[in-house]
Design a protein around this ligand. Structure first.
Ligand SMILES: Cc1cc2nc3c(=O)[nH]c(=O)nc-3n(C[C@H](O)[C@H](O)[C@H](O)COP(=O)(O)O)c2cc1C
Length: 181
């Protein structure tokens, strides 16, 4: 099975990337093929409009499309910025609209059904209950719009004092989730 990782923060060595990469490492341990996309390196633009219809730009998203259309699982990681997902992560979610029914049934059919989805959130606030609602929001969007099967999410709180790279238990859980995909 093909497993995609999407990193919605700009720091390739940051907490979000580390956690997404650990899930992918677990997936590879179980024999899955993995690909990771660092959105900050991809030149993704917003949806346009020609006065009548949405216009989907030809940009970095094009390189993701063959993978999105053949994936069995996706791991979407975002840092929390101002209490929600990062703009890069939201932009990626917006760009999935290319596959929406409103664009045309033939586009919707290209998006696989039942993709397994692990959402990942990291935040500076040192409160273990922080931003559950953001994780839930991501889960709901992927389930309701894209018929994904939502698996356990991952959350790293207080990353300033407790970076993901030093949290052995969290990394173990990430790898385990990846392995169970
Ligand atoms: C623009 C900006 C806004 C942020 N807003 C929040 C916030 O609202 N709540 C929070 O807990 N942390 C906030 N943070 C901290 C990040 O969520 C946290 O450091 C995260 O782990 C960064 O991920 P990274 O290491 O992958 O870059 C913010 C950081 C930045 C740069």
């Amino acid at each position: 099975m093909k497993v995609l990782g999407v990193v919605g923060g700009p720091r390739k060595t940051g907490n979000t990337a580390r956690l997404v990469e650990e899930v992918l490492a677990g997936a590879r341990d179980s024999g899955h093929e993995t690909h990771v996309f660092y959105l900050s390196e991809m030149e993704l633009g917003p949806l346009g409009h020609d006065g009548e219809r949405y216009v989907y730009p030809e940009d970095g998203f094009s390189s993701m499309m063959p993978h999105l259309e053949t994936m069995g699982a996706i791991v979407i990681g975002t840092p929390i910025y101002y209490d929600h997902v990062s703009s890069l992560t939201k932009l990626f979610m917006d760009r999935l609209y290319y596959y929406s029914k409103s664009h045309g049934d033939e586009y919707r059919r290209r998006f696989p059904d039942g993709v397994r989805c692990v959402n990942v959130v990291t935040c500076g606030w040192d409160n273990p209950n922080a931003y559950e609602e953001v994780l839930e929001w991501m889960n709901g969007r992927m389930r309701n719009y894209w018929r994904m099967r939502i698996l356990d999410g991952l959350k790293a709180c207080g990353t300033g004092n407790h970076p993901v790279a030093k949290d052995a238990e969290l990394l173990r859980r990430a790898r385990e989730i990846g392995g169970s995909l």
